[in-house]
Design a protein around this ligand. Structure first.
Ligand SMILES: O=P(O)(O)OC[C@H]1O[C@H](OP(=O)(O)OP(=O)(O)O)[C@H](O)[C@@H]1O
Ligand SMILES: O=c1cc[nH]c(=O)[nH]1
Ligand SMILES: [Mg+2]
Length: 212
């Protein structure tokens, strides 16, 4: 498993505004999209490409095309949905599948309440979108789902991770060279409610303004 924390002053700045409890939902949504586009630039470094022959107005040349089938992007509802637009802006031909998952805030168990993915993911590159990696329970379930269907490799883009969640993911997938996590920040840790500290609060609530 490879973990990459994107190191860029604009990412740090946008993340700071996102963390601020006074940032309203419309600004939060806009910043989330912008951050994802910046992180996606790093996360897609290993996207599969092949040579393609094209004609420019001047001559024939060999360029670069995405290998088909193109990658599958999987936002984890709700909060991951706020990252979709920022991702598809960079990868407009990607297909999109959906996983609806919610963490039970008492047991911290991740429950899957919706799934709309291709049955067969054999050989596919998959990009999972979820802003928060807290205990890691949600991503471990999501990755299991995708690998069980044959996904070849998984790159997850998150905004924040807690060291505890990363360690849990590492314990399950550490030996794999086909799991990548791209982040804007590794925060200090989890509080007594397993929220990320300093964090940004509940990402779904802040994106959509509904407190659950
Ligand atoms: O690493 P974990 O401890 O599993 O927690 C992280 C999960 O919690 C949040 O979703 P939530 O369950 O709040 O659902 P929501 O997106 O509908 O708000 C977040 O978007 C992750 O999916
Ligand atoms: O800090 C956290 C932890 C889980 N889910 C969130 O949205 N935020
Ligand atoms: Mg939530």
């Amino acid at each position: 498993m490879r973990v990459l924390v994107a190191d860029h002053p604009l990412i740090a700045h946008k993340l700071t505004v996102l963390r601020d409890k006074n940032t309203p939902s419309p600004v939060f949504r806009q910043l989330t999209e912008e951050l994802v586009t910046l992180l996606a630039y790093e996360a897609t470094r290993q996207v599969r490409v092949e040579p393609v022959n094209i004609e420019t107005p001047v001559t024939s040349t060999v360029g670069t095309g995405l290998v088909k089938p193109t990658p599958l992007v999987v936002p984890i509802l709700r909060a991951g949905l706020g990252m979709l637009e920022g991702m598809t802006r960079l990868l407009p031909t990607a297909e999109v599948g959906f996983l609806g998952m919610a963490r039970n805030e008492e047991t911290l168990e991740a429950i899957t309440y919706a799934e709309r993915l291709p049955e067969d993911l054999t050989g596919r590159q998959v990009y999972v979108l979820d802003p928060m990696l807290a205990t890691g329970g949600t991503l471990i379930e999501a990755f299991k789902f995708l690998f069980d269907r044959g996904a070849a490799d998984i790159t997850c883009i998150c905004l924040l991770a807690a060291p505890e969640g990363l360690a849990k993911l590492e314990a399950v997938h550490g030996a794999r060279d086909n799991v990548h996590v791209v982040l804007a920040s590794i925060d200090e840790g989890l509080n007594e409610k397993s929220y990320i500290v300093p964090g940004l609060g509940d990402a779904g609530d802040r994106l959509y303004g509904v407190v659950d």
